[in-house]
Design a protein around this ligand. Structure first.
Ligand SMILES: O=C(O)c1ccc(O)c(O)c1
Ligand SMILES: [Mg+2]
Length: 629
């Protein structure tokens, strides 16, 4: 797939945009006229900058309100076009995008528009240029690619072709099969954008809420499949108008864009066997969370370890060459790394005690790694001692690590190979914790789409609709990435407001990362009792909560009493019941959760407000300012 992106997608000045676009790996760039007008240099300077970076200028755009104008406006639009052609020739691009007319002055009529395009084609041809016509979803007469195509067909000029833009076609639910019969040489370029499904005015939706393919809800893959079925082998160009992107990190947004196109090409290649993308292994099937590793130091590890012990974890092994201890319960493994050397200690120096790494147990770690790299994941390596394992590793949220392990290679036997078994003399008995239920990451709001695309493109997962979590100090957006069997569940909470619990965590931890770990049990009451006997102090939940849920769900008073006695939260969905028990907070707001699912598929979002209020109350003395609650 030949990739391109419009400068309008990114924030910053034109040179920064071009640099980020080249660095992300795009082949081409669409120069948006406003970016050029705001730039203090000649068209030739822009052309040279792009050329030096190895970027082809795929398009100059937009040229507005052209077709169907009555005289004398008509002759003026042709004069305007000639001026644009001058700029294009200096820039070194051969194509201009003409978007359908929105002017009140415009006259309708397919033949009139076709005649105008024929003449424009003649003028363009004299200079060796091409004209592409795009139907804006809100065009006055032309707002459907089928009509734009009919105009292009009747214009009947080799220098006039069609520009398809997934947003305009999909936002208006136009049958995309209509694309299949368009001759590929008449499709001059294809623009791609996704968007979340929001019921709003088309123009406003398009100008503010577009996002990268795979980040929204539109069937962009099916659209691209229809384009691919024509044999089209030109550029696929991202054109994303998004307020957040225009205020975001230029490089990060460009990188997301490139990833989105690789992933899209991979899906199209698999679905319709059209070789539009490079072959790569399938999305990795995750069988479970292999372990979570904390970075800490000797002093701070004391409190963490006592919390793990209170949760019923036993020390089972120590690393052969590093200061790393393995704790286990059920199939849950937690590593506590106090080694003064290496990445963990660097992560600790920046963030304090922190769950900085997570191992995903996949079917085939080598293949998963290959796919991650094909999708632009950043590889990570550090020296390992001879005879010890080297996990394939990529950088994850907040600069943390994602190790890839499997059961088919020696990687899965790391506890025997890299560790030496020890026996825990503390007499700790387990509390019935079985496995990781979910890993909750708190991320800066403007990184949520980045990580959503990262997880869903590399791993066999799906996203669930974003929900709003009510923090007493503001809204936190929550997005789940999970797989069908529930062996990988990641919740991402995003916020910009540092008075929320999530925002406080990001601010004090210097960035995004894992804020809580949830473990499963198959009997929450037995677990709660056993934890209590070992000195675990659950998060105290207000008695008012229990009066409310008794009424809301029609619970038996006896059950309500048991929940209240153990500070267990309750929720229910159409699949079953959910029970949640929380620890207090540790450090800047890290905590543990224990859940029992009886068929329930969600994450207890309705309980979040009560849980957050209780956590904040507990943190208040040294944590969040009192007025934050
Ligand atoms: O919003 C617009 O005006 C606009 C302009 C050019 C495009 O290619 C487009 O898709 C939208
Ligand atoms: Mg467009």
């Amino acid at each position: 797939m030949k990739t391109s992106i419009a400068t309008v997608t990114l924030s910053g000045e034109l040179p920064d945009k071009l640099e980020a676009i080249a660095r992300a790996g795009f082949d081409g760039v669409e120069i948006f006229e406003n970016d050029f007008l705001a730039f203090d240099g000649s068209p030739a300077d822009v052309g040279r900058m792009a050329g030096d970076l190895g970027l082809k200028i795929t398009l100059f755009q937009p040229f507005r309100d052209f077709e169907g104008m009555p005289d004398p406006l008509r002759s003026r639009t042709f004069d305007r076009a000639e001026r644009k052609f001058d700029v294009m020739q200096e820039l070194g691009t051969d194509m201009v995008l003409v978007c359908s007319n929105v002017s009140q002055a415009a006259l309708g009529g397919i033949d009139r528009a076709a005649a105008d395009f024929h003449e424009l084609g003649e003028r363009a041809a004299r200079r060796g240029l091409k004209v592409g016509y795009e139907a804006l979803a809100w065009g006055r007469y032309v707002n459907d690619h089928r009509d734009a195509w009919e105009i292009v067909r009747r214009a009947d000029h080799p220098n006039v072709g069609l520009i398809l833009d997934s947003f305009h076609s999909l936002s208006r639910k136009i049958d995309i099969n209509s694309i299949r019969s368009i001759p590929k040489e008449k499709i001059f370029i294809v623009q791609l954008a996704d968007a979340p499904l929001i019921d709003m005015d088309l123009l406003y939706w398009s100008r503010h809420f577009r996002n990268m393919p795979g980040e929204g809800d539109l069937p962009v893959t099916a659209f691209t499949e229809a384009v691919a079925s024509t044999g089209y082998d030109g550029y696929f160009s991202l054109e994303i108008f998004n307020d957040q992107f225009r205020g975001g990190s230029t490089r990060a947004i460009a990188a997301d864009g490139h990833r989105s196109l690789i992933y899209l090409a991979d899906q199209v290649r698999r679905n319709v066997h059209t070789p539009i993308g490079a072959a790569m292994p399938e999305r990795a099937v995750v069988k479970g969370v292999g372990f979570v590793e904390f970075a800490t130091d000797m002093d701070e590890s004391v409190e963490l370890v006592s919390l793990l012990r209170a949760l019923g974890f036993r020390k089972t092994a120590i690393h052969r060459s590093k200061k790393v201890t393995l704790f286990e319960q059920g199939s849950i493994r937690i590593l506590v790394n106090t080694d003064p050397l290496g990445f963990a200690s660097a992560a600790y120096a920046v963030h304090g005690t922190f769950a900085y790494a997570i191992a995903l147990n996949v079917e085939d770690a080598a293949k998963a790694y290959q796919r991650a790299l094909a999708l632009d994941a950043e590889p990570f390596r550090q020296p390992v001692v001879d005879g010890e394992l080297e996990f394939p590793t990529v950088r994850g949220v907040g600069g943390g690590l994602i190790y890839l392990i499997d059961d088919t290679s020696p990687l899965g036997r790391f506890p025997e190979i890299d560790f030496e078994a020890v026996s825990d003399e503390t007499g700790i008995v387990g509390a019935g914790l079985l496995q990781f239920d979910h890993v909750a990451q708190t991320v800066a709001y403007d990184e949520m789409l980045t990580w959503l695309l990262f997880y869903t493109s590399i791993f066999e997962t799906r996203k669930t609709p974003m929900v709003d979590i009510i923090d007493p100090s503001g809204i936190v957006r929550s997005q789940v990435v999970e797989n069908e069997p529930g062996t990988l569940r990641i919740t991402m909470n995003g916020t910009e407001n540092r008075r929320t619990l999530a925002g406080h965590f990001i601010a004090e931890k210097f960035g995004s990362g894992i804020q809580h770990l949830a473990f499963s049990t198959d009997d929450i009451f037995v677990t709660a009792r056993s934890l209590r006997s070992q000195g675990f102090k659950p998060l105290h939940i207000s008695p008012n909560y229990y009066d409310d849920i008794e009424a809301r769900f029609g619970l038996e008073p006896d059950l309500t009493e048991r929940l209240k006695a153990e500070n267990i939260l309750y929720d229910r969905d159409e699949h079953g019941d959910y029970f949640q028990l929380y620890s207090g907070t540790y450090g800047e707001g890290f905590f543990f959760e224990i859940v029992e699912r009886r068929g329930y598929r969600g994450y207890g979002a309705p309980n979040a407000i009560f849980r957050i209020a209780a956590l904040k109350k507990q943190m208040r003395p040294e944590g969040i300012p009192k007025d934050a609650v």
